[in-house]
Ligand binder design. Structure first.
Ligand SMILES: [Mg+2]
Length: 289
């Protein structure tokens, strides 16, 4: 089956980009990414990069993008480290927090003055996260904190993703940690701070300063990127360079399908703009502008 492809016929005011599977896979920039970003800069459009992955700080993400040839300003990159820390400090200042998480999130929480503790009696908020150092002791601590019903410990998560795609397959992500805690405690995770949730998407729009209806969300995952566009009422483009393939899109109800389906990222620009720039099919594949 050939891939369905329908490009936007307009240039949007704001662009909300996913990273993994959309701009790059592993350490490889995907074809057309760099020249698309350069073109959007020339056109004066606002852009933001959004990742659900809490295992890097935004500085680390910007450094990676710089290494791959894309310069991104500080306000143009947001991930669940930012939204999680912002939520905890705004909603539960002074709370005891236990995070099943890796160092980038733990460090950011510490830097923000959050009181981290592994004493179940002191824990007010349990944060489930993408944690490749997860062990039984951490599960036990979270379980005991959540199990003490009288304590009303909050159960939140950085992001809902079941797994994180990697060039060789994938790694269990925060969704699997959420599931483990839900299974043993009988509790339900109350809130997460990633796409497509309201916390993340509110933070994205606040930074982008463009009304949602003038934005295009571009990503490779139906359950997060497409759902994020629906959550805020923005247009959606699914790019077939990551998780989603044509068959996956075909299984969606007509009303749920994205407005646009792209074979590569630079197809975000309309055909008229390709013509104006002298871009041709098949060129720009070296991913440099
Ligand atoms: Mg992705």
């Amino acid at each position: 089956m050939s891939a369905p492809s329908s490009r936007p016929d307009r240039i949007f005011e704001g662009y909300i980009f996913d990273l993994d599977g959309t701009v790059y896979v592993g350490e490889e920039l995907l074809p057309g990414s760099a020249r698309l970003l350069a073109a959007l800069r020339e056109l004066g459009r606002r852009v933001i990069f959004v990742s659900n992955n809490p295992t890097r700080t935004t500085s680390q993400y910007r450094e990676k993008l710089r290494r791959l040839g894309i310069e991104v300003g500080e306000a143009e990159m947001i991930n669940t480290v930012v939204t999680t820390v912002d939520w905890v400090t705004a909603e539960y200042p002074g709370a005891g927090v236990f995070a099943l998480a890796e160092e980038p999130l733990l460090g950011a929480l510490r830097e923000a003055g959050v009181r981290l503790t592994d004493d179940p009696a002191e824990i007010d908020v349990v944060i489930a996260s993408f944690d490749r150092s997860l062990d039984y002791a951490k599960l036990q601590t979270a379980f005991t904190a959540l199990w003490r019903r009288e304590q009303r410990t909050h159960f939140v998560a950085t992001n809902p993703d079941p797994y994180c795609p990697t060039p060789s397959g994938g790694e269990p992500d925060a969704g699997s940690v959420i599931a483990a805690l839900e299974a043993c405690t009988g509790r339900r995770c109350e809130l997460h701070f990633g796409k497509p949730g309201a916390v993340m998407m509110g933070a994205v729009l606040e930074r982008l300063r463009v009304p949602a209806e003038s934005c295009l969300v571009v990503g490779d995952r139906i359950s997060t990127d497409l759902a994020a566009a629906h959550q805020i009422g923005a247009s959606a483009a699914i790019v077939l360079t990551g998780e989603t393939d044509a068959a996956g899109l075909a299984r969606l109800d007509a009303g749920e399908r994205p407005a646009y389906v792209l074979g590569r990222l630079d197809e975000v620009l309309p055909a008229a703009e390709w013509q104006r720039r002298g871009w041709r099919e098949g060129d720009g594949a070296d991913s440099r502008p």
